[in-house]
Design a binder for this molecule. Structure first.
Ligand code: PMP
Ligand code: GLU
Length: 405
């Protein structure tokens, strides 16, 4: 078949594949536990639903400006002012079909063939593929300490004269690691000195625990938005549990936003008119749901970490944000793909292999489900791997007998 070289070089999204596997098994009536998911279980905010419903009922649903409706841009400007203490103008904002498209269009607007884009392992699965789609070269920083937070030296070593941009994701998917404020300050200053773009993927920025507050990268830059090569990516998916609505945005200098808008206009015209209204509802409506979600996730995180700390042989760092943790299972199996397949086959627990995030021996476990999912999921994994666990396990009324240890 004459599939393009580019398409052949792009990997399937492993996180979305895991969602599909979990869905298919559940539809078959299997008692699957999905610890692989990347979305909160709560419902979308009522203000989002009401606003989208009103728009739908008007039956007047047309193309919108390619960079987003003025009301949503206004809401993003307000959000940026409130959470980043940065005043920006409508021409500094582009609304896209999810933070994913905002990032992808951004990379296409920035990268010339062979330009390098640097990001830190373990990284979100889509970064390398998005860079490749834009004909750039992904460059991975592997922190020398083996931990999830790099040092400035780690980053400096990866940056070369070919580097066009650095992507930072704090709190980060899949580790949940939150970079210290001091490190963010150093990164902002370093990128300004090197004159490279700094892309802050802040999709989890308010899902942060232990009394910490989100950091505004703008606080460490003296440049005006128009002089700045700092870009902030965000969206409604995670904070408002609105993953299926597909609304995200980028805040950047107007020249970059204009280039991104041209690319977006020629590929998808605009984000859905209806779902942009929903995002306005979420951003401008009652905000108490965000804090309830954060509190629920912090409690889930504590339960997950207690369970993993009691798991002999498993090493885990407590995530400071997101709804993921990234424990090291290499004492049981160094091949994370085989381990994830084994857990799915034997005990019907869905996880995502660390290999897909650029770090072998680990599994990404999500704690965005219920406490029951977390405790039962870890119990099943323990049973599958730990020779000291009892030989039998009940999943519903099905009795499993372990014959592989
Ligand atoms: N960045 C990171 C790190 C993510 O985990 C996700 C999750 N999908 C995204 C960006 C994109 O989010 P969305 O497209 O749903 O807004
Ligand atoms: N970002 C989420 C995850 O990592 C959702 C799936 C995706 O877009 O990759 O699971």
């Amino acid at each position: 078949m004459s599939i393009s070289q580019l398409a052949k070089s792009i990997a399937e999204s492993p996180t979305l594949k895991m969602n599909e596997i979990a869905r298919t098994l559940r539809d078959r009536g299997e008692a699957v536990i999905h610890l692989g998911g990347g979305e909160p279980k709560s419902k979308a905010p009522i203000d989002a639903i009401l606003r989208a419903s009103a728009k739908l009922n008007s039956a007047d649903i047309k193309y919108t400006p390619s960079d987003g409706i003025p009301e949503l841009k206004k809401a993003v400007i307000r959000y940026t002012e409130e959470h980043y203490r940065k005043v920006v103008e409508p021409e500094n904002v582009i609304v896209s079909n999810g933070a994913k498209q905002a990032l992808s269009v951004l990379l296409q607007a920035l990268i010339n063939p062979q330009d390098e884009v640097v990001f830190v392992a373990p990284y979100w699965v889509s970064y390398p593929e998005m860079v490749k789609i834009a004909y750039g070269v992904p460059v991975v920083v592997e922190p020398e300490s083996g931990r999830f937070i790099p040092t400035m030296k780690d980053i400096e070593q990866a940056v070369s004269s070919y580097t066009k941009a650095l992507i930072i994701n704090s709190p980060g998917n899949p580790s949940g690691a939150v970079y210290p404020e001091e490190l963010i300050a150093q990164i902002v200053k370093f990128c300004e000195k090197k004159d490279i773009y700094l892309i802050m993927d802040d999709i989890y920025h308010k899902l942060i625990y232990d009394g910490r507050s989100p950091v505004s990268c703008y606080a460490f830059s003296k440049k005006s938005i128009e002089q700045s090569k700092l870009i902030v990516i965000n969206g409604v998916s995670k904070l408002y549990a609105m993953t299926g609505f597909r609304i995200g945005w980028a805040v950047a200098n107007s020249q970059l936003v204009e280039a991104m808008t041209r690319l977006q206009a020629q590929t998808t015209s605009c984000p859905s008119a209806l779902l942009q209204e929903a995002a306005v509802g979420a951003l401008m409506g009652v905000q108490s749901g965000v804090e309830s979600l954060r509190l629920m996730l912090e409690n889930n995180r504590n339960v997950m970490i207690d369970e993993l700390n009691a798991f002999e042989g498993v090493k885990v760092e407590k995530p400071g944000g997101t709804f993921y943790c990234f424990p090291d299972f290499s004492a049981y199996n160094k091949d994370s793909v085989k381990l994830a397949e084994f857990l799915l086959e034997k005990v019907r627990v869905v996880t995502v292999p660390g290999k897909d995030f650029g770090m072998e021996g680990h599994l990404r476990l999500s704690f965005c489900g219920s406490i029951k999912d977390i405790t039962e999921g870890i119990e099943r994994i323990k049973w599958a791997l730990d020779p000291n666990a009892p030989n039998e396990l009940f999943i519903g009324d099905r009795k499993l007998v372990r014959d592989w240890l």
